[in-house]
Design a protein around this ligand. Sequence first.
Ligand code: SF4
Length: 68
Amino acid sequence: MGFKEYRGEKITVYFDGDICQHAAECVKGLPEVFNVKAKPWISLDHADVKNVVEVINRCPSGALKYKI
Ligand code: SF4
C-alpha cells in the first residue's frame, strides 16, 4: 500500500495504514485533524502546523510523517 499523501496549505502529511498500530495518539491528540469518520480522514485545513507536528511526533509506529 505505502504512504498516502494529505496536503494542507503549510504542511503535507503522509500516512501508511499498513504500519499504523491504532494507538490512537493522533485521533486523541487532534480530533479536528485526524477523524476516522471523515473522508479524507486527515484534514489539515484548520490545523495549526505546530500542533500537527507535535501529534505526529507522538505516533509510536512511524505510520505518520510530515513535510513542511
Ligand atoms: S498515532 Fe500513529 S499508530 Fe496511532 S493511530 Fe495514529 S497513525 Fe496509527
